[in-house]
Design a protein around this ligand. Structure first.
Ligand SMILES: *Cc1c(COP(=O)(O)O)cnc(C)c1O
Length: 375
């Protein structure tokens, strides 16, 4: 069986985890966490990055830092992972789902303005498959209506939009280092804070409501409980795993890009003959090969495609039942305007195996089977 995903491992992880154990510091905010934060800040030009226990908790932190109130509304796409929505629900907000663009599967920036009411407080832009949303337009709308922008860049680590790293464009950026993402620490994530006004509150929120981070920097002589908080610090053991991955970030990225480009070349013919559709990367966007998907004609064709591939020993998957039609989506939100593409496109999309170290011969084999299916 060719798996759909294999968690990334570059070979130096155990050595760093051993170092963490031998340093007798395995809780959060030790040397490896600090090195990861600093690496992410420097590489992406961010003023502050804090590792978290997951992409989900990074989103939770962003939503809590927005100080959403009962009755506030948050705009987001319906075609996304539940975490994008639960963060806004945690903040007490109502969800307003906006349709996606069929080319990138990202929120349709042209439909955001008509979803805004006097209760709208924030926009969550999800960079699907590591391909950027149209951020210039989104930021312009946010400034016009005084809205906070949270980038769900869980899939977008190492991608850029007009030269800027995803996650560093809105007020907050959220990364995921789950085992299914390009860079991993098992479970983990990071919050990027682009507006320094939130720095102090974020540290307190992440440190169980205390000013312990300030204490460790020698800025206060004792630490105490100062505000609402929670625990969002990952263990040093996880950070050590991530450190190994970040040290090899370019290698991982190049390896994934080579796989992505090979898929594209091998399947181009099927697109030209109108049998399938391939991903679109708009101008100005540099992606990170998080995902390679194709679009079948419809749900029925996709179902038989997935079972054909499975019989051939290849695992392909689809995801995201649109949130607005899911039980919790109905409870917490509403769809703004017409669902022209969210449901229709989500039913056609299927993801092909994609992971660091996926062999060229396997991609060739997978593509041969896809061509057979369409013959
Ligand atoms: C993976 C993912 C998340 C959640 O990240 P976790 O680290 O698994 O909590 C959120 N949003 C999107 C779009 C994701 O792909």
């Amino acid at each position: 069986m060719i798996p759909f995903n294999v968690p990334p491992c570059v070979g130096t992880e155990l050595q760093y985890i051993k170092e963490a154990i031998e340093s007798h510091k395995i809780c959060g905010d030790g040397a490896f966490t600090k090195k990861c934060n600093a690496w992410l800040e420097e590489r992406f030009g961010a003023q502050k990055v804090l590792l978290t226990t997951s992409g989900t908790t990074a989103l939770d932190m962003a939503a809590l830092l927005c100080e959403l109130k009962e009755g506030d509304e948050v705009i987001l796409p319906s075609y996304t992972f539940s975490s994008t929505a639960t963060s806004a629900v945690l903040g007490g907000a109502r969800l307003v789902f906006v349709d996606i663009r069929p080319d990138t599967m990202n929120i349709d920036e042209k439909k955001i303005e008509e979803a805004i009411t006097e209760r709208t407080r924030a926009i969550i832009a999800v960079h699907y498959a590591g391909v950027a949303c149209e951020m210039d337009t989104i930021m312009e709308i946010a400034r016009k209506y005084n809205l906070v922008v949270i980038e769900d860049a869980a899939q977008g680590v190492m991608s850029t939009y007009k030269g800027r790293a995803l996650g560093t464009i809105g007020d907050f950026g959220c990364y995921s280092f789950h085992e299914t993402k390009n860079y991993s620490m098992g479970e983990g994530g990071a919050l990027v804070i682009n507006n320094p006004e939130y720095n102090e509150r974020a540290e307190i929120l992440r440190e169980k409501g205390t000013n312990r981070s300030k204490f460790f920097r020698g800025q206060v002589d004792k630490y105490t409980w100062v505000d609402f908080g929670d625990s969002y610090l990952p263990s040093e053991l996880n950070a050590a795993y991530l450190w190994a991955q970040l040290c090899a970030a370019d290698e991982i990225n190049e390896n994934r890009m080579a796989s992505w480009n090979q898929y594209y070349q091998e399947l181009k013919g099927l697109e030209e003959s109108g049998r399938i559709e391939l991903p679109v990367i708009p101008e100005g966007c540099v992606h990170n090969a998080h995902m390679f998907y194709i679009k079948c004609r419809d749900l029925e064709e996709r179902t038989s495609f997935i079972s054909y591939m499975k019989e051939e020993g290849i695992l392909t998957v689809f995801h995201y039942i649109p949130l607005h039609s899911a039980p919790a989506g109905l409870k917490y939100g509403r769809f703004s305007g017409k669902d022209l593409y969210t449901t229709k496109e989500s039913e056609r999309l299927v993801r092909l195996p994609m992971y660091y170290g996926l062999e060229q011969e396997k991609i060739a084999f997978i593509c041969e089977k896809i061509r057979n299916f369409y013959r």
